[in-house]
Structure formats: structure tokens, C-alpha cells
Design a protein. Structure first.
Length: 223
């Protein structure tokens, strides 16, 4: 297997072909991006998008919510540059920052969103992030996560597969002599059940699966 790549370097290097390649191999393709807008509350005026990348989900969101104010985080400046070129006249504030480390604030947004970005992190890291997300959303607001997950409905050994992914990531880091605390690109998807448990542990309510095609799953959680 090729050497693990540091996360921002991985996505910066693939930015030019990302839209085509990414939508070509995920479950649901481009529809998994477009459908997200339909799940946002009708009165959504402010949105934070974590791991916004090139903004594939934004076209449908901007069509449904003209004038919406969006704050987008991503660690890949090349992807943010492409996004800015797509939507130069929209109210989109882009921050080239690590959302795991950034203070998202208190009650600033009607909704929070992450799309195909969190399947690289452990339970502890995700749960800590979910607490920050819950804090940044206004009472009555929602968090929507669209990601690569392992569904128990499709696979009896989903938990075993999750454990295998995490173990393999650690094995590769050891094999390649990686000892720093930087983030490296490797998929470690969690089961849908575990995802829901983490969101509930962070204080969200009404957490449920609302869409799935293949291993692409959309969850919604309420504050």
C-alpha cells in the first residue's frame, strides 16, 4: 500500500479532479450532495459546513435558501479556492482551519453540516467535535451528517469491519514509522449504530437515519 499522506496534502493534491472522482465512487453519487438541502429546516438562515471542500452540496442549498449565510471550514486551501471561484457572489465565509481545533462559538447557526469528512476519526475525537457542534447550533437547530458509514442492515459484521479499519490504520502508521500527531488520510468508517450513540452522548436528541444509498448515509440530530 502507498505511504499514508498527511490529510491537507492529500486533499490539496487532489483538488483539481476531486468533484469528478469523488462523486464517481461514493454511494448515491452527486444525488447524495443534492438531497441534503431538502433536510435543512425551512427557516435556515445561517449554516456552518465542516469540511466544506469544493462545496458540492452548496448548489442545491443556495437554490433553496437564496441569501443564506454560510461559514465553511476546510484544511485544504486548494479546495477552498475552487469553491470560491464557483460562488464568488454568495455570502460564504471560508476558513482554512482545522474544525477539530477551532472554537465554533455558541448559538451562532441555525444548522450545522458535515459531508464526507468525518470518516477519518476515532469515537473520542468525533464525540468531542459533536459537543462543539451542538454548542454552536441555536436551540431548535439541527446537525446533518452525510458520510461513509457501515450499515448493520447491509452487513452482519459491521462492527467487526469498523474494528478492522481502525486496527489497519494503526498497523500502517507503525509500519511506516509515523509517530507524530498529525492527521493522515485513511478511511475508518463507523457503524450507523455507533454514529448515533456518539451524537446522543454529545447531547443531541432525535438522532435518526434519514437517507442511505450504499455506504453513504445521512443522519439528522436536533438540539
Amino acid at each position: 500500500m502507498p505511504a499514508l499522506e498527511e490529510m491537507s496534502a492529500f486533499f490539496n493534491g487532489r483538488a483539481p479532479q476531486y468533484d469528478r472522482v469523488h462523486t464517481g465512487h461514493i454511494g448515491g453519487g452527486i444525488e447524495s450532495k443534492r438531497v441534503i438541502a431538502s433536510f435543512l429546516p425551512a427557516r435556515t438562515k445561517t449554516l456552518v459546513d465542516l469540511g466544506i471542500g469544493t462545496g458540492l452540496e452548496l448548489e442545491a442549498i443556495l437554490q433553496r435558501f437564496p441569501g443564506i449565510e454560510i461559514t465553511g471550514f476546510d484544511i485544504a486551501e486548494n479546495m477552498l479556492r475552487l469553491l470560491g471561484e464557483k460562488y464568488p457572489s454568495q455570502k460564504i465565509r471560508l476558513l482554512c482551519e482545522n474544525y477539530l481545533e477551532y472554537d465554533l462559538g455558541d448559538g451562532l447557526y441555525d444548522a450545522a453540516l458535515s459531508v464526507m469528512t468525518l470518516h477519518h476519526y476515532t469515537h473520542d475525537v468525533k464525540t468531542a467535535l459533536y459537543r462543539k457542534i451542538r454548542r454552536c447550533v441555536r436551540p431548535g437547530g439541527v446537525y446533518i451528517e452525510c458520510d461513509y458509514m457501515l450499515s448493520e442492515n447491509d452487513c452482519e459484521d459491521a462492527q467487526k469491519q469498523e474494528d478492522m479499519h481502525f486496527a489497519e490504520y494503526e498497523r500502517l502508521k507503525n509500519e511506516q514509522g509515523i509517530t507524530d500527531n498529525r492527521e493522515y488520510h485513511y478511511d475508518t468508517p463507523c457503524t450507523v449504530t455507533n454514529q448515533i450513540k456518539m451524537l446522543c452522548a454529545a447531547g443531541f436528541t432525535g438522532v435518526r437515519k434519514i437517507w442511505q444509498t450504499g455506504n453513504t448515509v445521512i443522519l439528522i440530530a436536533r438540539k
